[in-house]
Ligand binder design. Structure first.
Ligand SMILES: C[S@@+](CC[C@H](N)C(=O)[O-])C[C@H]1O[C@@H](n2cnc3c(N)ncnc32)[C@H](O)[C@@H]1O
Length: 410
């Protein structure tokens, strides 16, 4: 048996619910999706001037709750000037508009550093008449300013592509007891139903306690990710799934396609899958790509993936042992082209691996292994049906690099 390092351009999985892509969303060829997407969410850089990281756990110790991790660069949010920043965003919004169906919706999430400029850009590209809402996501997070009021909200611009917009707010009812206005007069109507009333401009408005309540344009009931939140992936600027569920539910029906062109840790993909929607995620950061791959695997969501694998020579020790009706594929060891940082050794440097069939650069995945807080130890034996032809292995290391090997049997 021999193994040969090779290129893998695309991973495919049976019953895939979406796709993840690595690359610049402004330049990517997404023509296969044009006119098919119900909701595009963009959470681009906000011109913060910062460099963001992925805090990557390492090996059994790191995944098991210990302090073993490395900080990997995720993305840089530094721009020579505002024009360059807005040019990037212009490319991304143009791509979003091409993707959208006529009844689709675009959401652009920014903060107060760039919101005024982004609003004007969106008016220019989508038309002022297609502005729907300026949503305010207000949250509590650490730190209080003394020289000004603390900045504790983000802005999400909501635009429609055309007046045909599909929007059903009844899909996001607030839990009972939220947003009930205490300054209103409490009373019961003649049938005994509890309600609150308020008189404005000569008119009395009645709100029944058992009527559903829907969010307004200020969302202060969706918490920021807390330090110990189990959703946390270690990717800076990760948003909560609850926020994305609220964004996509009213504008995308079940099985509709939702796209995120700045997908980061893949929150939109998780929210889409949890709510029975399909997804397209793209990001230019290899760290983001590795995180969203693992996050989807651990949520048991099937997906396709597109990105070339690394061709710098790296040694893998892969063995295949015949079993009854299946073969055991064992990953005995792996050495990257350059040693991993801080004395990380195999197998701790291996994060995820998959076995499948590789034909013409297409890797049909049959089985996956990955680390998680509940299973920090990497499963190094995966099974495939006996004598599977074109057997191949894909390895993702702790730095997010991907290596592919064709297994050649005698
Ligand atoms: C604010 S983060 C998104 C976080 C994400 N919403 C989450 O929940 O994890 C912005 C992302 O945009 C990505 N990005 C920046 N420029 C990009 C481009 N031209 N194409 C694709 N992704 C880009 C960055 O790599 C980063 O992951």
């Amino acid at each position: 048996m021999g193994i040969r390092q090779t290129n893998c351009v695309r991973e495919t999985r049976r019953d895939a619910r979406g796709e993840i892509r690595l690359g610049d969303s402004c330049l990517m060829d997404l023509s296969a999706y044009w006119g098919q997407v119900s909701c595009v969410y963009l959470d681009p850089p906000y011109m913060t001037g910062d460099r963001f990281i992925l805090r990557q756990r390492v090996g059994v110790e790191g995944w098991g709750g210990g302090k073993r991790y490395i900080d990997l660069p995720a993305y840089t949010d530094r721009w020579p000037d505002r024009e360059t920043y807005l040019e990037m965003l212009r490319g991304m919004v143009r791509q979003a508009v091409l993707l959208l169906k006529d009844d689709g919706a675009l959401f652009v999430h920014v903060d107060t550093r760039v919101d005024a400029h982004v609003r004007l850009l969106l008016d220019e590209l989508l038309g002022e008449k297609n502005f729907v809402n300026q949503l305010v996501w207000s949250y509590q997070s650490g730190g209080r300013a003394r020289n000004h009021y603390s900045r504790k909200h983000d802005i999400i611009f909501f635009y429609r592509k055309t007046p045909e917009l599909k929007f059903d707010i009844t899909r996001v009812p607030l839990p009972r007891g939220t947003n009930r206005q205490n300054h209103m007069k409490r009373t019961v109507d003649e049938s005994g139903r509890a309600c609150r009333t308020i008189r404005t401009a000569g008119k009395t408005y009645v709100y029944y306690d058992d009527d559903p309540v829907y969010p307004g344009d200020v969302w202060n009931d969706l918490s920021h990710l807390q330090q110990k939140d189990p959703q946390r992936t270690g990717y800076d600027t990760q948003k909560p799934v609850s926020l994305l569920s609220r964004v996509l539910l009213p504008v995308a029906d079940e099985n509709d396609l939702v796209a995120d062109l700045c997908a980061g840790s893949g929150t939109t993909g998780i929210a889409a899958a949890m709510n029975g929607r399909r997804f397209l995620l793209a990001d230019s950061s290899p760290a983001a790509f590795a995180v969203m791959r693992r996050r989807l695997l651990s949520a048991k969501v099937q997906f396709d993936a597109e990105t070339p694998s690394c061709m710098e020579p790296a040694k893998a020790d892969i063995r295949v042992y015949p079993g009854l009706g299946f073969d055991d594929v064992c990953l005995m060891g792996f050495e990257p082209p350059e040693p991993w940082p801080e004395g990380i050794m195999s197998p701790d440097g291996i994060e995820q691996w998959s076995v499948g069939q590789l034909r013409d650069g297409m890797f049909q995945v049959l089985s996956d292994a990955f680390r998680s807080p509940t299973e920090p130890e990497l499963n190094r034996m995966l099974q495939v049906p006996m004598n599977t032809p074109d057997l191949a292995v894909l390895i993702v290391d702790v730095l997010g690099n991907r290596y592919c090997y064709q297994v050649e049997r005698e």
